[in-house]
Design a protein around this ligand. Structure first.
Ligand code: LRH
Length: 477
């Protein structure tokens, strides 16, 4: 079959992009149609996503992708697919959004929800039902803490809300739905009994769609505005991490991944859950993947700690800082616990690192280079730790670690991960999420056939990957 052109709208926690993707046998190419920042806004009631702005940018980017597609062999877009960060959602009534969605890093919302939910459903029973790691901002906890859902008649996760604005069709894509905590981990359907016990109206939740399903086509006004009347909107792995893992160029089963963006999502792809008490206590999650796979992973701190540090300093010279950090001897910096909850909300990270060091009786980093090195060493140790736990819990062997996403460009960090795990790291692709989005659309359009193996073979055949061999002297015991 000839290659097709599709558009991928990929919204991350710190930036968004609209990509033109060309996909077919031996072809997998991305061209950026638009890139834009994602800057949350704090109002007196809390931290919000600026979703209208993200929608505006997405539309402008889609228009640009339509124009770029005209220059490709296919001549026009076959479809568009949307992915974003998980858990966050809009509440609607009669089709109208009730306020801008909250940001999962909003401090105040994190506090009340878990206790309310665990009072009704104990943490171990909840894990047995939904298989999710405990994150205080899982949708289930956000809803419990926020009586607003009683005024709403619909809940749509961020990518589904944008798809609704594009098409008028309300659907919830299953991989992202799995991050709400309200899906049954075994059946992958809404857990009606859980909804009832928690007092969430069943009618808030829409029918589910699977990656690859047609959601609808652009509303006439939208189609006209972007220059593509009737363009199909196709469900992809709309949880960005689901799409990113589609784009991991696994070569063999003895492989783990780190999807490295603002979070470091560290784990394995499994076909059966590991719903043990040990997994629960280690905070390993079972998120729904494309083609029925399971992402057995844990959320570790990602580039957030570094980007917030640079923001605090008012600096944007990451390349120079990384070069300076590479010259700092590893044993000259402390290893801090990057999983400490104090690092989750926006704020002055260098001050929080110094406070952590003071509380733990270790000397804090003294300047910018040592601070950056401290952050990278600490991240690498946390990833090595999470990988060791993943292999222990699953009984799987891991011989290579794939690092994908924006953070895979950080060569020093990738090398430290190799050193601390004692395993080779294969870095790239940077745009794994957009690639996963494009691949699923390409399959729906009939331009490629086969399962995840075939998609990953296409990623390997079309993308340069960087390999880091471990320096075994530095492996953590
Ligand atoms: C990464 C991500 C992650 C979720 C978090 C809320 O962008 O989707 O998988 O845990 O955001």
């Amino acid at each position: 079959p000839p290659p097709v052109s599709v558009a991928a709208i990929d919204l991350g926690a710190s930036s968004g992009r609209v990509m033109l993707g060309e996909v077919g046998p031996g072809v997998l190419r991305l061209t950026a149609a638009a890139r834009f920042g994602n800057d949350p806004v704090r109002t007196p009631d809390g931290l919000h996503w600026n979703l209208l702005e993200l929608y505006r940018q997405s539309l402008a980017g889609l228009g640009a992708a339509v124009r770029l597609a005209a220059e490709t062999p296919a001549g026009r877009l076959a479809s568009v697919g949307i992915d974003s960060w998980a858990v966050d959602h809009g509440l609607l009534r009669d089709g109208r959004l009730l306020g801008q969605p909250f940001h999962y890093r909003d401090e105040a919302r994190g506090e009340a929800g878990p206790a309310i939910v665990h009072d009704v459903v104990a943490a171990d029973e909840l894990y047995a039902r939904n298989g999710l790691q405990f994150l205080p901002f899982n949708t289930v906890f956000q809803l419990a803490a926020d009586p607003w859902h009683r005024d709403a008649d619909r809940l749509l996760l961020v990518p589904d809300l944008l798809a609704y604005w594009l098409t008028g069709v309300e659907r919830t894509e299953r991989t992202n739905a799995s991050t709400t905590g309200l899906l049954d981990v075994r059946t992958r359907a809404w857990d009606d009994e859980l909804l009832a016990r928690l007092g969430f109206a069943r009618s808030l939740f829409t029918d589910l769609a699977d990656p690859g399903d047609l959601v609808g086509s652009l509303l006439p006004r939208v189609g006209e505005a972007v220059g593509a009347p009737g363009l199909p909107v196709v469900a992809v792995g709309s949880h960005d991490t689901a799409s990113a893992v589609v784009g991991v160029p696994f070569e063999r089963p003895e492989s783990a991944y780190i999807s490295l963006g603002t979070w470091g999502l560290v784990g394995l792809e499994l076909d059966k859950p590991v719903l043990t008490e040990e997994s629960r206590l280690a905070n390993f999650t079972h998120e729904g993947g494309v083609d029925g796979t399971i992402r057995f992973l844990t959320n570790v701190m990602g580039t957030w700690l570094l980007s917030e540090t640079l923001r605090t300093w008012g600096r944007d010279d990451l390349t120079a800082l990384l070069a300076a950090a590479a010259d700092v001897p590893a044993d000259a910096v402390p290893v801090v616990d990057v999983q400490d909850p104090r690092f989750v909300p926006p704020g002055d990270m260098p001050a929080r690192i110094a406070a952590w060091c003071a509380e733990h009786d270790v000397a804090p980093p003294t300047d910018a280079a040592t601070t950056v090195r401290c952050i990278l060493e600490s991240l690498a140790v946390a990833y090595a730790d999470a990988l060791a736990t993943a292999t222990r819990l699953s009984g799987r062997t891991v011989e290579v670690v794939h690092v994908v996403g924006g953070g895979s460009q950080n060569e020093l960090l990738c090398q430290l991960v190799a050193d601390r795990t004692g395993l080779p790291v294969v870095a790239g692709p940077v745009e794994a999420t957009a690639l996963g989005n494009v691949l699923v659309q390409g399959r729906t359009a009939g331009a490629i056939t086969g399962g995840l193996d075939a998609m990953r073979a296409l990623v390997r055949a079309t993308h340069d990957l960087r390999r880091h061999e471990p320096d075994r002297r530095r492996e953590t015991p």
